[in-house]
Design a protein around this ligand. Structure first.
Ligand code: NAD
Length: 353
């Protein structure tokens, strides 16, 4: 296994490996960049087929967090941790506490949040051993309602604001009345996004793997049910991927009919070149790591002290960041993902704490 010559290595500041034979914990923490602040990022638990696969994920995802937080204007760096193991089989309180001790050894350089394979309850167990966990406190949400720490409402609201910015830029519309939106994935984020859109007068098409999720949107929000095959290809104004990654690929991009892609799912582009493919087709893509930053903004404010109005204002600034990205993309003739990366680098490469 290589590190400094690894394809995903990008001058990461710190990399730690940890093994606790008593609990079976094997984990990696990757800290990509802390020029803007401590590295906050999810702790993922997954049955990686090899150490190499786990390292790759830790390097790649920690770098992504640096870009996401910089673009969200947060004083945070980028980090990620991975636990090698099947969360359904290998997770135990003792293992999670051992992970807490591992995180604590870094003295606050890295702050863990929930991710796939870990829950808020798991983070609370880690929190018995370290103060460096986030997204676990019950507090007032950005909408003034009590929140358990679930970042989905803030993510959905940020995606809604970002979608409005995309519609303004591409369609020259300042409202969403009658704007047609197809949402793939009606889960925690997708359903809430659908509700915001409905309230703003948009017309909705939905698809979810789970029939009951889809029916809820049809019954409660008057959405039209679509099939798995058609949801990304409908003649709508906006396609909003809110399920899984890699949905923007060679196959789907040539069949898209919508002029805008703006949704919350992480890692929507199957590869970086698909940013260019969308650009070449004249489709406006709201980079996922910009539009879905509401969750990390929400988690950040948990550490600053509760201030629902400040969270709301900060989430709404996602629209301004996208305005800037869309304008620069048009002026410079470069895809939006390229511009978003450049803007992030301007923000974290020239910041000395
Ligand atoms: P979720 O698990 O609550 O919802 C995802 C939904 O997608 C589920 O209802 C699932 O049935 C559906 N789904 C899965 N595969 C599908 C497919 N092939 N076609 C259609 N539907 C499918 O997850 P979530 O919290 O709503 O997150 C949605 C996306 O947003 C994920 O990509 C996530 O990484 C990203 N995201 C979420 C947050 C957050 O705060 N929750 C923050 C940033 C990014």
């Amino acid at each position: 296994m290589t590190v400094f010559t690894h394809p995903e290595f990008d001058n990461h500041e710190h990399l730690s490996f940890y093994c606790d034979p008593d609990t079976g914990l094997r984990a990696i923490i990757a800290v990509h960049n802390t020029s803007r602040g401590p590295a906050l990022g999810g702790c993922r638990m997954f049955p990686y087929a090899s150490d190499e696969e786990a390292l790759r994920d830790a390097l790649r995802l920690s770098r992504g967090m640096t870009y996401k937080s910089a673009l969200a204007g947060l004083n945070l760096g980028g980090g990620k941790s991975v636990i090698i193991g099947d969360p359904r089989e290998h997770k135990s309180e003792a293992l999670l506490e051992a992970m807490g001790r591992f995180i604590n050894q870094l003295g606050g350089l890295y702050i863990a949040a929930e991710d796939s394979g870990t829950s808020v309850a798991d983070l609370k167990v880690m929190g018995r051993q370290t103060a460096h966990v986030a997204g676990i406190a019950e507090r007032l949400g950005f909408d003034g309602r009590p929140s358990t720490g679930d970042p989905s409402p803030a993510t959905a609201y940020g995606t809604f604001v970002g979608l409005q910015a995309a519609v303004r830029h591409k369609l020259g519309r300042s409202d969403l009345e009658g704007v047609k939106v197809a949402i793939q994935g009606i889960g925690n984020v997708g359903y809430r996004l659908a509700r915001h859109l409905k309230e703003a007068g948009a017309k909705l098409w939905v698809y979810d793997l789970h029939q009951d999720q889809m029916e809820r949107a049809v019954d409660e929000l008057g959405a039209t049910a679509a099939s798995a095959d058609e949801i990304l290809n409908l003649p709508v104004d906006v396609v909003a991927p809110c399920a899984m990654g890699a949905v923007l690929n060679d196959d789907s991009i040539c069949r898209l009919q919508a002029p805008i892609v703006a949704g919350a799912a992480n890692n929507q582009l199957a590869s970086p070149r698909h940013d260019n493919a969308l650009w070449n087709r004249g489709i406006l893509y709201a980079p996922d790591f910009v539009i879905n930053a509401g969750g990390i903004i929400d988690v950040y404010y948990e550490r600053q002290g509760p201030d629902p109005q400040a969270v709301r204002r900060h989430v709404e600034a996602i629209g301004n960041t996208l305005d800037e990205i869309f304008a620069r993309s048009a002026n410079e003739g470069l895809p939006t993902g390229v511009i978003a990366n450049q803007l992030a680098e301007e923000r974290f490469k020239h910041t000395a704490r």
